[in-house]
Design a protein around this ligand. Structure first.
Ligand SMILES: Nc1ncnc2c1ncn2[C@@H]1O[C@H](COP(=O)(O)OP(=O)(O)OP(=O)(O)O)[C@@H](O)[C@H]1O
Ligand SMILES: [Mg+2]
Length: 415
C-alpha cells in the first residue's frame, strides 16, 4: 500500500522515567509519541489527537489505567483506540479489564521486555496503518464512483439536449419546407394557369384591368417567402449576437398607421377589423425598420390567433416611454406558455390548429425590443384573448454587434 500516514502513540504513566524509557523503545520514523503523566492529561490529549495506540500504566495515583480505559470506551472518538495495559502486578490481572468492546486490548508486564514491547506495538501500528489505508481507498473509490455518476448524468443531459436540438432542427426544416412550399405552389399553379391561357390564346386574362391584381397576388406570395427567409437570417444573426439596430428619428404614430394599412387586406381575409388608437404624432429615436417588424409581428399574430374578432392597437406616450399594446379576443395563451412563446421555435399546442408558423416572430420581436432598451410582456387567459404590450424608451441608442452592410435596412427591403 503506498498510502502512508503518521501514527500517533500515547503513553500514560505517572513516573517520568518510565515514560522516557518506553518512548525510547517505541520511537520510530513515521511515529509521534505523546506522553501523559496522568489519566487526566491523557484524556486531554485523546480529545485533541487521533491515536493509533495507547499504552497505559495500570497503577496510577488518582484515576487508574482501567478507569481511563472505561472513560475511553464511553466516548465515540476514543472507543476504537487499542490499549496496551502495563502492569506490575501478577498475571492474574491479565483479564481484569474485560469487555473493552471493539478496541483491542493487550497486556505488558513490568519489568518490560523490550522485544515484547516493540513487537506488540508494531502489530498495532501496522493494523492502524492498514485500516487507515483501507479507509482511504474506500473513500477514494466512493469519490470516484460519485464522480462517475455525475459524469454519466452530465452525459445523459447532454444527450437529451442533443436529441432535442436534432428534433428541433428536423421540425424546423419540415416547417420551413412546408411554409416555403405553400407560396411556391401558389406561384407555380398561377404560372401554369397563365401558360394554359396563353397557349389557348386566351388573352382576355392578361387585360390591363386584370394585370395589377395578378401582380399583387404574385408579390404577396414572394413577400411571404422573403419574410420567412429574413426571419431565419435574423435568428442566425441573433444567435451570433450580431443583430444591431440603427436608430434615427421616427414618428411611431405614422409608422403604426402604415403597418395597420399594410395589413388591411390580410385582416379582411381573416374577417377581422384592426382599429388603431394613436396620437397625431409620437416622435422618438428608434430603428424604423425593426420597429415596423415588431408591430407587424404582433398584429400578424393577433390576426392569426385572434379568432376573427376585432383587433385593437393602442399607441401612446407614457412619461418617457412609448407604449404599443396589441389586443385581440382570440384563443389566448395559458399561463405556463406565456414565457416560452418568446423563445425560438416555441408555439402553443393550440396554435397549430389556427395557423402555420415557425415560432420565430415573438423571439425576434423580443430581441428587437431589448436591443432598443425596452420590454415586452403579455397578459392573457385561454379563450379570452391576449394583450401584448411593448414599452420603448423614447430615445434608443445604436447597439453594437458585428454588423456589416448586410445588416443595413437595405438588406431587408421588401419586394
Ligand atoms: N395573439 C396571440 N394569441 C394567442 N397565441 C399567440 C398570440 N401570439 C403568439 N401566440 C402563441 O405564441 C406562439 C409563438 O408566436 P410567434 O409569433 O413567435 O410564432 P408563430 O406566429 O407561431 O410563427 P412566426 O414565426 O411565423 O411568427 C404562437 O405559435 C402562438 O402559439
Ligand atoms: Mg408570429
Amino acid at each position: 500500500m503506498n498510502f502512508e500516514v503518521e501514527s500517533k502513540l500515547l503513553i500514560v504513566d505517572d513516573l517520568p522515567e518510565n515514560l522516557l524509557a518506553l518512548e525510547a523503545l517505541i520511537r520510530a520514523p513515521g511515529r509521534v509519541v505523546y506522553r501523559a503523566a496522568s489519566a487526566e492529561a491523557a484524556l486531554a490529549l485523546l480529545l485533541e489527537h487521533e491515536f493509533a495506540l495507547a499504552i497505559v500504566d495500570v497503577q496510577m495515583p488518582g484515576m487508574n489505567g482501567f478507569e481511563l480505559a472505561e472513560l475511553m470506551r464511553g466516548t465515540e472518538r476514543t472507543r476504537h483506540i487499542p490499549i496496551i495495559f502495563v502492569s506490575a502486578a501478577g498475571r492474574e490481572l491479565n483479564y481484569a479489564f474485560q469487555g473493552y468492546e471493539s478496541g483491542a486490548v493487550d497486556f505488558l508486564h513490568k519489568p518490560l521486555d523490550p522485544h515484547a514491547v516493540v513487537s506488540k506495538v508494531n502489530v498495532f501500528v501496522d493494523l492502524y496503518q492498514h485500516r487507515k489505508a483501507l479507509r482511504h481507498e474506500m473513500e477514494s473509490l466512493a469519490a470516484a464512483h460519485r464522480k462517475q455518476e455525475e459524469l454519466v448524468q452530465q452525459l445523459q443531459h447532454t444527450q437529451q439536449e442533443l436529441e432535442r436540438a436534432v428534433r428541433m432542427r428536423d421540425d424546423f426544416m419540415s416547417m420551413v419546407s412546408h411554409e416555403l412550399r405553400t407560396p411556391l405552389n401558389t406561384l407555380y399553379l398561377e404560372a401554369q394557369l397563365r401558360q394554359l391561357h396563353l397557349s389557348k390564346g386566351n388573352l382576355a386574362n392578361f387585360s390591363p384591368e386584370r394585370l395589377p391584381a395578378m401582380i399583387e397576388r404574385d408579390q404577396r406570395q414572394i413577400r411571404n417567402m422573403v419574410r420567412l427567409i429574413d426571419d431565419m437570417l435574423d435568428v442566425t444573426r441573433m444567435r451570433r449576437d450580431a443583430l444591431s439596430i440603427q436608430t434615427k428619428p421616427v414618428d411611431l404614430a405614422v409608422l403604426a398607421r402604415a403597418v395597420v394599412e399594410s395589413l388591411r387586406q390580410q385582416a379582411e381575409a381573416a374577417g377581422t377589423v384592426i382599429t388603431l388608437e394613436a396620437p397625431a404624432a409620437l416622435h422618438g429615436v428608434w430603428d424604423e425598420f425593426r420597429i415596423e417588424q415588431v408591430l407587424t409581428n404582433l398584429l400578424t399574430n393577433a390576426l392569426r390567433y385572434g379568432g376573427g374578432k376585432p383587433v385593437q392597437m393602442v399607441v401612446q406616450q407614457i412619461g418617457d416611454t412609448a407604449q404599443v399594446a396589441v389586443r385581440d379576443q382570440g384563443i389566448g395563451i395559458a399561463p405556463q406558455d406565456q414565457a416560452r412563446i418568446f423563445e425560438q421555435f416555441e408555439r402553443t399546442a393550440d396554435s397549430h390548429k389556427h395557423a402555420a408558423g415557425l415560432g420565430l416572430g415573438l423571439y425576434i420581436t423580443r430581441k428587437i425590443v431589448s436591443l432598443h432598451g425596452g420590454r415586452i410582456g403579455v397578459e392573457s387567459a385561454p379563450g379570452e384573448g391576449s394583450r401584448f404590450v411593448v414599452d420603448l424608451p423614447m430615445h434608443a441608442s445604436d447597439t453594437g454587434g458585428d454588423t456589416g452592410p448586410s445588416d443595413a435596412a437595405g438588406a431587408h427591403a421588401q419586394p
